[in-house]
Design a protein around this ligand. Sequence first.
Ligand code: OAD
Length: 231
Amino acid sequence: MSHMVILTGAGVSAESGLGTFRDKDGLWTKYDLNEVATPEGFARNPDLVHEFYNARRANCQNAQPNAAHTALARLQTKYRGRVTIVTQNVDDLHERGGASEVIHMHGELSGALCAICDHRWAAPRVMSPTDHCPACDSPATRPDIVWFGEMPYRMDEIYAALSEVDLFVAIGTSGNVYPAAGFVAEARAAGVETLELNLEPSSTAGAFDTARFGPATEIVPQWVSELINAP
Ligand code: OAD
């Protein structure tokens, strides 16, 4: 059976109103990632980090999946093969758009994690550093987000999939953050066909076999329709 891995990034959720990181007006032009997206930043100022992710959680709850999310969900049900979505996004718009198999390699805004005992539970709407872990009672609640310097989730599963798929597709990601930015090279080394769908060429554009450029809500549904209707 054919199998494809689709890696998604912030560009897929951009037209739902969630900001990207590195574009003009992106989140990392307004916030210092060392202060809000590293374990060291959290140790220095947990209030600031919680404030940042509480705001992102609220934005996410107010956002709706767009035509790119729903097209990818349609692909998962209609494609003659398996479609694994690996996302760097911490929002739940793939799932709310109807997707079933989604690997959140950078964690999820909907999750809370105890920094002491690693217990996980559903995030409250607003999280604070004094929240206690329901398992060990430590006041060490953090968002279940993978920060810079931490190991992304489910990497063994992702690398195993990358070596056995027929097609690797990257959508709406700038190719600046590893290990995700290295997936295209990994796939190419395994002889897998590669495709980039993005607003503009990413940092790793040269590594893809083919590419299509434009807003995700236009080019993703178009590509999905072609695949589903292919003879
Ligand atoms: P970036 O902000 O680095 O890149 C967003 C990409 O989406 C760029 O290539 C844009 O050209 C593209 N884009 C913007 N609008 C688009 C649209 N409407 N349609 C299609 N593409 C569009 O975001 P990521 O590559 O996802 O990690 O960033 C990777 C990681 O860096 C994130 O998961 C996050 C961040 O730091 C952590 O916080 C750990």
